[in-house]
Write a protein that binds this ligand. Structure first.
Ligand code: ATP
Length: 345
């Protein structure tokens, strides 16, 4: 296994900067979730690490080796993409063993490693099947076995689960995490799905316009977003105040000690509480509004409260919500420590 370091990497396509001076450490044996809007450079960063691109500037280290001049096949990387295309006319075992045959490891060694990889993805009895005799999730696991059978130093996954339906996707997330832990492989995982990234990753990074704007453990980034974009991109955020703007009128909002005029303020919807009357407890921040919409989504109740033309979203366990109906005046309150100070605005 190996740590990966990307240092001042820039990649342009014509005039367009797809990666703009990206520096990042991907920890040895860690699961790194790479997030960002469409076109932000996620796939380009994976392709740069894999070796499919010439860099305009910067360098890349895998383990102890600087690899920017090393060809793809010598970087010892396993890859799995959304369109993971198994060979339809080959058996599962032959699909998994493809990379081993290219490397000429010998028939006995090949059989042993294919068996191990298939056991790892729990498809030990499926080696003789053809891809069309498998379910979507099983095919995905074959692709994963194929990616790891050569004992790569790094595993690159580009939206590997996005073609699966929700239930299967959640099963595969658990499976992927188990396998990653079991073999301890440094993994970089691109996803559009913030919840997926938060659930799986030891560390996440957010790309925007080719720049890595923030990275860290999921909780840390979620709780301390660097700017409003990060706050709204990762989860949901009620922006109470923009830099230089004013606080909502009425109500009581306790300002954290670190807040300055240049910082924005936000509260996560799940940290707000709704009540039918003004909460009496001391020390809470609070404001009133009109309940514009209340949505029941099973476990959770989602409430949209309108005040001064702005909408504040509150999410709670549905059974914890008071007896309130659309059109009622309601109070929103939260603990002062839940007011997030966003330094970059
Ligand atoms: P998505 O989430 O939609 O897959 P992404 O974050 O993975 O997006 P990239 O595929 O890395 O984005 O692309 C980043 C930008 O670089 C895009 O604007 C894309 O159009 C551009 N780009 C990528 N590859 C090329 C190429 N070979 N030639 C020209 N432009 C490219």
């Amino acid at each position: 296994m190996a740590e990966v370091r990307v240092e001042h990497v820039t990649k342009t396509f014509g005039d367009f900067r797809a990666l703009d001076d990206v520096t990042m450490d991907f920890p040895d044996g860690g699961f790194f979730g790479l997030l960002g809007p469409s076109g932000s450079g996620k796939t380009t960063l994976l392709r740069a690490i894999a070796g499919f691109l010439f860099l305009d500037a910067g360098r890349i280290r895998i383990g102890a080796d600087w690899v920017e001049d090393v060809p793809v096949e010598k970087r010892e990387i396993g890859m799995m993409f959304q369109s993971y295309a198994l060979f339809p006319n080959m058996t599962v075992a032959d699909n998994v063993g493809f990379g081993l045959r290219v490397r000429r490891v010998g028939a006995a060694e090949e059989r042993r490693r294919i068996g191990e990889a298939l056991d790892l993805v729990r498809l030990g009895d499926f080696g003789d099947r053809k891809p069309h005799q498998l379910s979507g999730g099983q095919r995905q696991r074959v692709a994963l076995a194929r990616a790891i059978v050569t004992n790569p130093r790094v595993l690159l996954l580009d939206e590997p689960l996005s073609a699966l339906d929700k239930a299967l996707r959640v099963d595969m997330q658990i499976e992927l995490k188990r396998i990653q832990r079991e073999i301890g492989i440094t993994t970089i995982f691109v996803t559009h799905d913030q919840e997926e990234a938060l659930a799986l990753s030891d560390k996440i990074g957010i790309l925007k316009d080719g720049r890595m704007i923030q990275a860290g453990p999921p909780r840390e980034v979620y709780r301390n977003p660097i700017d409003i974009f990060a706050a709204e991109f990762l989860g949901e955020a009620n922006i109470l105040r923009r830099p230089g703007g004013s606080l909502p009128s009425g109500g009581v909002i306790h300002l954290p000690a670190t807040a300055t005029d240049a910082s924005a303020l936000a509260v996560r919807p799940e940290n707000m509480t709704l009540s039918a009357t003004e909460p009496a407890a001391d020390g809470l921040s609070k404001m009133s509004g009109i309940l514009a919409q209340r949505v029941f989504s099973g476990a959770l109740g989602i409430c949209l409260v309108e005040r001064d033309g702005n909408v504040v979203k509150v999410i709670a366990r549905d059974e914890d919500l008071p007896d309130i109906a659309e059109g009622d005046t309601v109070w929103i309150s939260w603990k002062p420590e839940h007011t997030i100070v966003i330094p970059g605005g």
